[in-house]
Design a protein around this ligand. Structure first.
Ligand code: C2E
Ligand code: MG
Ligand code: MG
Length: 692
């Protein structure tokens, strides 16, 4: 009431310029306040009400420092005001932080003027512009800057700011070492000035692309740096408002390496680093396509290391691995740049010859491959000899697609093995027939036991001296409804390969021992039974317990059983074979060396293992009446065997004259068509009943 009256009077007294107040009243974006000499409010526009929260009514008559000056500034403001009034020292315009009615800070840009009115009174006008939005915007800019700085620092990427023509104007790098060259060397320059031309060209193309779109244009490039090859990804974006381009460069060397490792694992053999089966066959398909267009020939060489399993088993996998690595190395040296050497797995390799003029080229390379293996391998200070068997298939004659060629080369490789290894063989149509036959036999054999297709025949053996029956050899027979009669020479190697020899072999043992029991009982004589064992059967850990079980069950003494093995069994040199042989001897079962003379006929085997019987191969018996060499050999063998305490059996005796000579040479036992062919059980029983 009173104060308002007083303020009205005050206002009246201090009014300087009505039109000016009218103007100030019209603007609410700016705060205009008027103060008398005692800093009492004489004018307060709407802008002031909005900015400071005091209504005009509240403000009028109040002192400046009571309203909007924060406490700590009050003395300063009062002093400055009085200096202006008394000494004419102007208060300069400045940014200040004042106070809202509710206590909040209010940032303003404050300008001041001093008037002297018609009553000769001095009055100060303050014009305050709200800086809240400006400050906010400024803060936001600072925040963004700080944030960017932090981002730049935190991530290893490099940021380059460029003009639209590619001139580098600025950069950011969290770690300056990532720049590889100093900023002075690139600021103001084009990428082309500092990067190899290939890479610079990519930059140019992609800057150009970025200028056309509103998206990132990205690409990868490789640089050779002092520490090796490095890979980068660059992403370029146009900043059209600034006529600039930002380029973000990321070092992707590590990703590149991992991707490379994955690629390596998917396509390359980890041990030898050669293309694996997948990649090799893919390359073969490509070669075949190319060859078809050009009317060229392509050769596929299927390589298999001979007896590699033996190396692995006897010298260990580490030596085996080293041999494979060295083999890969040698193979690679033989072929031309445009050819491929791959590893199919295990000890199998493949060589692909691109665009060969004729088969002779493949032959020359195959010979070179064999030759390169002639030099012994040196592994861990040890010299090892390793040979190869190679099968060759040539497109288009032997197949037009990768899988046909591979299969046919594989077939030819089998042939090379059959030729005695360390050899090569070209695929022929006949081989295909052999292979088909092999597959058929294999397939039929799988169910042959189940279908009761096997039969065991017995070929009697005789004392050479008195020609009395002393026993028999069990020989397997197979009649299949589809394939007819198949000879053991054909099916035993297949059974051996597939492992089917294990159950088949057990079947023979069981049948033979059952029959021996029956035969001994009928004739009341202690006959012997010879049973052939294949190498694969030695890996059957239950073989001996199986034999023991049937010996007991059929009441047969161990010394009536003779197990025949060939040198092939011993050549593998594996320790488990030795264990089985020792156990055979320990049980009192006789051990017989079959087909003596056909293999290496190494005397050392006869000494090393406890053999009881030596069987001279049929081929020598056949020759004793025909040539002196065979006669001498048989004579020497018998003498040698006797000196080692072995019983000698002559196989394949067909003629009287042979029998006569063998008697003279003191051969112990004989078997052969001269006496009898292998017979089925009933016929043998009949034969032995009449023979006595
Ligand atoms: P082997 O153990 O050397 O058997 C002797 C082979 O010579 C038998 O052939 C037999 O029929 C044949 N033979 C015997 N006397 C004469 C003769 O006077 N003249 C001629 N020309 N041949 C004669 P077979 O039965 O065809 O067996 C061939 C080979 O198959 C056997 O040679 C043996 O290595 C193997 N084999 C046969 N049965 C089995 C078996 O049950 N298990 C295993 N692992 N191999 C077997
Ligand atoms: Mg035999
Ligand atoms: Mg034999």
């Amino acid at each position: 009431m009173k104060s308002s009256q007083m303020s009205d009077a005050l206002i009246h007294q201090y009014i300087i310029n009505d039109p000016l107040h009218q103007l100030f009243d019209a603007v609410d974006a700016i705060s205009v306040q008027g103060y008398d000499e005692k800093r009492r409010v004489i004018y307060w526009n709407v802008g002031s009400e909005l900015l400071y929260g005091y209504s005009k009514k509240e403000a009028l008559g109040k002192k400046l420092e009571e309203l909007i000056i924060p406490e700590p500034m009050c003395d300063l403001v009062v002093a400055a005001h009085s200096d202006w009034i008394n000494q004419g020292i102007e208060i300069p315009a400045s940014e200040v932080t004042l106070r809202h009615k509710n206590g909040h800070e209010v940032n303003v840009f404050s300008s001041h003027v001093m008037f002297t009115n018609q009553y000769n009174r001095q009055q100060m006008y303050c014009i305050d512009i709200d800086l809240t939005d400006v400050r906010y915007a400024q803060n936001q800019v600072i925040l963004k800057e700080n944030m960017l700085e932090a981002v730049f620092e935190a991530i290893p990427d490099l940021f380059f700011l460029m003009k639209e023509d590619g001139t580098i104007v600025d950069y950011h790098a969290g770690n300056k070492n990532n720049l590889f060259i100093s900023p002075e060397q690139f600021i103001g320059k084009l990428m082309g000035d500092i990067l190899p031309s290939e890479v610079a060209k990519k930059f140019r193309i992609h800057i150009e692309k970025a200028l056309q779109t509103e998206e990132f244009s990205s690409f990868e490039y490789e640089l050779t740096l002092p520490h090796g090859a490095a890979y980068f990804e660059a992403r370029i974006r146009h900043l059209p408002e600034h006529n600039q381009v930002i380029t973000i460069v990321r070092d992707i060397t590590e990703q590149h390496k991992s991707a490379e490792i994955i690629r390596q694992q998917a396509y390359f053999d980890t041990l030898t680093s050669l293309p694996n089966r997948f990649l090799a066959l893919d390359r073969l398909s490509q070669m075949l396509n190319e060859a078809q267009r050009k009317n060229d020939k392509t050769a596929v060489l299927f390589l298999d290391l001979d007896d590699f399993k033996k190396v692995n088993d006897s010298l260990g996998h580490e030596v085996g691995d080293k041999l494979l690595i060295e083999s890969a190395h040698r193979l690679n040296k033989v072929v031309r740049q445009e050819d491929t050497v791959g590893r199919l797995g295990g000890d199998e390799f493949i060589v692909l010859l691109r665009s060969i003029a004729d088969d002779h080229n493949a032959l020359v390379i195959a010979e070179n491959l064999l030759t390169t293996f002639r030099k012994p391998f040196e592994i861990d200070g040890r010299e090892l000899i390793l040979t190869l068997s190679i099968g060759i298939a040539i497109s288009p004659e032997n197949g037009r697609c990768a899988s046909d060629l591979l299969r046919n080369a594989d077939t030819a490789m089998y042939q090379a093995k059959a030729l005695g290894r360390n050899a090569y063989s070209f695929f022929t149509k006949e081989m295909n027939i052999t292979m088909i036959r092999r597959f058929e036999i294999e397939e039929q054999m799988r169910s042959a036991i189940e279908h009761d297709e096997f039969d065991v025949y017995y070929q009697p053996q005789f004392d050479a001296n008195n020609e009395r029956i002393i026993g028999a050899e069990a020989l397997l027979r197979w009649h299949n409804p589809m394939l007819g009669h198949i000879t053991p020479n054909e099916f035993i190697p297949i059974a051996e390969n597939t492992g089917l020899i294990v159950p088949i072999g057990r079947y023979v043992i069981m049948q033979a021992l059952k029959f021996l029991n029956r035969w001994q009982n009928i004739d009341q004589r202690k006959y012997t039974m010879a049973i052939n064992l294949s190498p694969r059967q030695f890996r059957d850990v239950d073989l001996l317990s199986f034999i023991k079980k049937f010996l007991t069950q059929e009441n047969i003494s161990a010394k009536s059983l003779e197990l025949e093995i060939t040198e092939g069994v011993l050549m593998t040199g594996q320790s488990y074979i030795e264990d089985v042989l020792t156990e055979i001897h320990r049980l009192g079962i006789k051990l017989s060396m079959d087909d003596f003379g056909t293999g290496y006929s190494s005397l050392s085997y006869l000494r090393q293992y406890d053999f009881n019987v030596l069987k001279i191969d049929r081929s020598f018996i056949n020759g004793i009446t025909l040539n002196k060499a065979d006669y001498d050999l048989v004579k020497a063998t018998i003498a040698m065997a006797h000196s080692l305490g072995l019983t000698v059996v002559a196989e394949g005796v067909e003629k009287r004259e042979q029998m006569k000579l063998l008697k003279e040479l003191m051969c112990d036992h004989v078997q052969g068509f001269y006496f009898s062919k292998p017979l089925p059980t009933e016929e043998l029983i009949e034969f032995s009943a009449h023979y006595k």
